[in-house]
Design a protein around this ligand. Structure first.
Ligand SMILES: CC(C)(COP(=O)(O)OP(=O)(O)OC[C@H]1O[C@@H](n2cnc3c(N)ncnc32)[C@H](O)[C@@H]1OP(=O)(O)O)[C@@H](O)C(=O)NCCC(=O)NCCS
Length: 311
């Protein structure tokens, strides 16, 4: 291979990175006779812009002979370093490019950071590569999709628990009292369940148009939150008590009707969520993704992440 230069990505290189993402995934999906990723890359490009905007130094490209052959992007949220994407063009794989990109964006060895990522279970190279850094596959992350064919099976919110749309709490301009109250409440739930706060990712979700709800008990204490979107995408969901997981999913499914199928990423530890969704008519889709980390950091029984690209 020619010499490789690893450097921070420029914003105008993001469309090329999105193309590499599609090309390298389709390369192994076609070998497995799996449906291919279509050419429309708007969603992934918006996510990549969010990654570069919130952690610019950790979005790098690998360049050989003036050509981008790979890219990697991680975000650091407090002590949690999360590798969101790492992709190398099929023709350039297994020559050490992936390893060099990961090394370039890892936190310093003495930083005390927790390292995590989510990988495709059918991709042994990525699982092998990240495991060398201690980031080992620990838990399946299941894609659960379909239609609400059995709505009568959905549990209701318990008496006294009310769903409050984020917009009614934070209706004012950024920084006003309502916005601060919402950020503090959601931040406290994230700290308890995910281990870190990530307000920048919540801002991204709301800019994307996802509808957030806070679930308050009879004395006004917030017991969880959840998001859903008319596109059918649901999550993240965070609940203090496992018993509230099913009722919150039930509320989200009914409160935000989707234009088509609905879909949510559910960690294998979240048994109540899986049971509720299967009873309601949903199905497992595709091979699982593997949540990988070097040490435990979150309660994945009670926290359903945004996606494999952003916790
Ligand atoms: C995953 C990917 C980014 C890795 O980049 P790469 O340049 O091909 O990988 P590298 O050559 O730097 O490193 C591969 C490492 O995995 C190891 N490896 C490969 N297959 C392995 C296996 N079956 N078991 C364990 N380790 C394995 C190699 O030995 C090597 O480790 P080493 O550097 O210690 O020898 C790239 O292959 C890719 O884009 N794949 C398709 C898309 C994908 O799955 N991306 C990851 C999404 S999370």
């Amino acid at each position: 291979m020619p010499s490789i230069d690893i450097r921070p990505a420029a914003a105008n290189e993001i469309p090329t990175c999105a193309e590499i993402w599609r090309e390298s995934i389709n390369d192994y999906r076609s070998r497995l006779n799996q449906p291919l990723i279509p050419a429309e890359l708007g969603r992934i490009i918006r996510l990549q812009h969010h990654l570069v905007a919130t952690d610019p130094g950790r979005f790098v490209v690998a360049v050989a002979d003036d050509r981008i052959v790979g890219f990697a992007a991680a975000v650091k949220r407090e002590h949690l370093w999360f590798l969101s994407m790492c992709f190398v063009r099929p023709a350039d794989q297994r020559h050490g490019v992936g390893r060099r990109m990961v090394e370039a964006i890892l936190p310093a060895a003495d930083s005390g950071a927790t390292l995590a990522t989510a990988t495709d279970s059918v991709q042994p190279i990525s699982n092998g590569l990240y495991s060398r850094f201690g980031i080992m596959p620990r838990l399946p992350l299941l894609s659960i999709t379909g239609y609400l064919t059995n709505p009568e099976t959905l549990p209701d919110l318990p008496p006294g628990v009310v769903a409050v749309p984020f917009e009614t709490i934070a209706a004012g301009p950024p920084g006003d009292a309502g916005q601060r109250e919402l950020a503090a409440t959601v931040g406290a739930l994230d700290r308890e369940l995910l281990g870190v706060e990530h307000p920048q990712d919540h801002r991204f979700l709301r800019l994307e148009g996802r509808h957030g709800y806070l679930y308050r008990d009879a004395i006004g204490v917030s017991q969880g939150y959840g998001y859903a979107w008319e596109t059918g995408r649901m999550g993240p969901v965070a609940v203090r008590a496992d018993a509230l997981m099913g009722p919150i999913l039930g509320h989200l499914l009914r409160a935000v009707p989707a234009r088509g199928a609905q879909a949510i990423w559910v960690p294998g530890a979240a048994g109540s969520a899986i049971a509720t969704l299967l009873r309601a008519g949903f199905q497992f889709e595709d091979f699982p993704v593997l949540l990988s980390w070097d040490r435990p950091f979150a309660d994945f029984e009670r926290y359903l992440p945004i996606s494999p690209g952003l916790l």
